[in-house]
Design a protein around this ligand. Sequence first.
Ligand code: GAL
Length: 680
Amino acid sequence: MTASWPVGLAGIGYGADYYPEQWSPAVRTEDLALMREAGVSIVSLAVFGWASIEPREDEFEWEWLDRTMDALHDAGIRVALGTATASPPPWLTRRHPEILPVDREGRTLWPGGRQAYAVSHPLWREYALRMAGRMATRYGRHPALALWHVDNELAAHVPRDYSDAAAAAFREWLRRRYGTIERLNEAWLTAFWSQRYAEFAEVLPPRLAPTDANPGAELDFRRFSSDTWRDWLVALGDAVRPHSPGVPVTTNVITMTGSDAVDLFRWRDAVDVVAADHYTHGADPERHIELALAADLARGLARGGPWLLAEHAASAVNWQPVNLAKGPGEMFRNSLAHVARGADAIMFFQWRQSVAGAERFHSAMLPHAGTDSRGWRRSVALGRALGRLAEVRGSRVRAQATILVDYEAWWAAELPSGPSASVRYAEQLRRWHAALWRQGITADIRHPADDLGAHPLVVVPTLTLADPGLAGRLETAAAGGAQVVVAFFSGILDPRGHVVTGGYPGLFRGLLGVRSDEFAPLPPGRRVGLDNGMRAALWTEHATPVDAETVSRFADGPAAGAAAITRRPIGAGAAWYVATALDGSDLDAFCAELLRAAGVRPPVAAPQGVETVVRCGAEHDYLFVINHNSTDAALDVRGTELLSGRESPDGLTVGAGRVAVLRLPRRESVERRTTHARNA
Ligand code: GAL
């Protein structure tokens, strides 16, 4: 049976992307000694290795990789082995320039960077699958092999390819989806603007056009592109699996909330282990909260099980306008926050900082300065700390709320020619998640098609496109006691992207007991007041409660007098509608009200800015306390602090910027401390 975790990886895994091909044999020898010193237990290898392995067609230089695999094995370090296909070698694109991808404006994306291939091109696939097969034949039974790391951040640089190869594949995808051209014409409503197609051969990707393309075509092209990359992930996995029975396959996906390239919920079953990459934006004051969201998303992809942080940065990255170094303790807090939220392995890009190449100024576990550096000391300290958390491995995060996330809804919310280009899905998602975070509440991220779970609070941020069956399932959750809250511009489109008529919010009208006859989005910078004193921006609408209580109305603005917040009691719970984007502190206050209604409390009372998350193991609960403040935090909780090994009989003090992990005796278990509406 295929393992669901890297084979032979014990405790909380620790490591990095390792590129021995950049270094001399002497440096590689030193690398191994230093990896041992830092407590590294797993490295990703040969992810971009193709040109170093096959510098000319059919001429192979395996020796460096053979030696590295053997040496890592001797050092007891496990390997997440790349398929070496993340970038084609120069000889391939020179010989076959037709495999290069093309952007929306028709420009070829040339080699010289990375990922310069058209994922749909049959010739690319043939060459790359052969390469993956070679890797698997050579190393599939190597004792160091723990995990296959397929390609790298698939779709990161070329989320959508508009080449002729992509056009042909898009037509095939459409043919499979619609069967007949008539059904495509209906789905896209091509009667509008003289777009009616007589046959699939006439359909093109939505390339640069005189004006906005058909939104149905845009939506389907995104679905197609995501499916195509997924299909490529599966093909590469299938190329290696037969050579390495039992060894799991993964690929590192991007969970940052800026990234909507692919539908990760459709991807999660294509891997045996969920592996996520996460980078913070140094200038974002709430980057630690965005990190929490990304980690919750990764756990959601893993359906609550363990996941692997495949990459994050030891300090600065190299791809932001100004690459801020992480502040004191920040890397440690970041890493431990990922563990708190379910990561059972923590890896970096990369092991040793490069001296040349595009990422020479990107931080690494071992910086340019060498071992006499703060960076190195931080890497060693983190390795020690993770070593002390071995028993946490396999425990599951306990959340108190559910947030529904859907990439299709994300795409639909931001299609061109919508009501407001200022409505950004990720921003709205982040605002709701952050409001819960500030209340000390951990949220599980689920897809709307998932089991909605048993949490007493379900948050539905701007879900513009939805399946018609969702409203009934949310109604059932509310009837069972949940507080369900739906934000503006939700339930507007059906899965084809057609507007649901009869009044907004279309699909959720019955659930929420509200009907709007017109949107009234606000221009940038404009704010409105509510009659309860709250302030809001971005969106208003002419909403009337039909079967709901009005909690609050717009006091001014274009929809003055209309309902801004409504509540429809349903059975033991309720469905709330928020027809605007409340100001941050007002959203916090509103979430506090929802949590009271849901009977949800944080695991332990903690000052604002102190993150608390619980992981539940078979024997113990583990309380992670991450102090993001510049002052010490005192918590009324007792147990064994695992990082220091000390007991905390009189309560726990967590220093400014520091982290504590408390093993709670069972009787103190958070299960008892967290009040659930339904047990109350
Ligand atoms: C990731 C990528 C790595 C490295 C890193 C730098 O997106 O997978 O190879 O480039 O970014 O932050």
